[in-house]
Write a protein that binds this ligand. Structure first.
Ligand code: PDD
Length: 277
């Protein structure tokens, strides 16, 4: 596996970052995860735009322009044999003596790697996944795709310890998102999602879901969603770069709707597979 680090391509075992990198010391960085199908990054422009937004929000200058990022990712992907991959890109504020305030005159650390993107397991498609409800205990800038993911890590671990695949988080009684996915509620044929605000990471699949719903003739609405609505959902879905769109068929040990992936999931999943090609 070859990775990119600060201008070089090298084997992952040889890639080294100094211990004073602010990504290591403070989690002071941002990242992206981009699916690559048949060698082509999917929704690339949208991922780059979100990276740009995350960098701007934390005050790190974008180290590369669009052409630079595109060349980097193309070169990285071309060095690996897998037909489908997902690329991880990370920019940290760089290496400096430990001081909370931003250092001056420091170059950001730029890292990228790619992994095989195996087809989503048939069993997951056939039965869906389980989730648990959790209070959202993260900070108030969840719109930034920050590498500071301790809140997300703690939440995912709670889900795993409860035998679930993901959590469904609530802040002040309202649905936010999963630990690494966006959550969608289907009720009477309409797909509902939480508003695009500072309390969720606006997944690249937000825009995609809007398009897929439109194509499938399904109404979609973004609004605040209370816990009771999630419990009463006909279907519950999660989306992410790596999971595409999955049905959540069990929540807090109880079946969601019929307890099986539902017809709306089926249509959106199919539409997703078409959009990928
Ligand atoms: N996570 N919300 C959170 C907190 C996420 O971490 C992610 C993605 C999403 C979905 O965003 P998108 O549709 O752009 O993948 C929502 C990535 C996959 C990760 O951290 O590995």
């Amino acid at each position: 596996q070859i990775v990119y680090l600060n201008g070089d391509f090298l084997p992952i075992e040889e890639a080294r970052v100094p211990v004073l990198d602010r990504g290591f010391i403070f989690g002071d960085g941002v990242y992206e995860v981009v699916p690559v199908y048949g060698g082509r990054p999917f929704r690339w422009a949208q991922h780059l735009a979100r990276l740009e937004r995350s960098l701007a929000k934390v005050g790190i200058a974008n180290p590369l322009d669009t052409a630079g990022w595109t060349t980097l990712v193309d070169m990285l992907v071309a060095r690996h044999p897998w037909p489908d991959q997902f690329v991880y890109m990370q920019v940290t504020r760089g290496v400096a003596r430990r001081d909370h305030a931003f250092p001056k005159g420091v170059a950001p650390t730029v890292f990228a790697m790619t992994s095989e993107f195996p087809p989503v397991a048939p069993a997951l498609l056939a039965s869906g996944v389980s989730a648990i409800s959790l209070p959202d205990e993260r900070w108030l800038h969840c719109d930034i795709k920050s590498t500071s993911l301790l809140g997300n890590v703690m939440a995912r671990q709670k889900a795993v310890e409860a035998g679930a695949a993901e959590c469904v988080m609530f802040r002040d009684g309202f649905l936010t998102e999963g630990s690494a996915s966006n959550i969608w509620v289907v009720r009477k044929g309409t797909v509902f999602g939480p508003p695009r605000d500072n309390l969720v990471l606006e997944g690249i699949r937000y825009g995609l879901m809007a398009e897929l719903c439109e194509r499938a003739g399904l109404p979609m609405e973004l609004r605040r969603i209370v816990h009771a609505e999630v419990l009463a959902a006909d279907e519950l879905l999660l989306t992410s770069a790596t999971k595409e769109v999955l049905a959540i068929t069990e929540l807090d040990g109880k079946p969601v709707g019929s307890g099986k992936p539902g017809p709306i999931w089926n249509r959106l999943h199919e539409a997703y597979q078409q959009a990928r090609t």
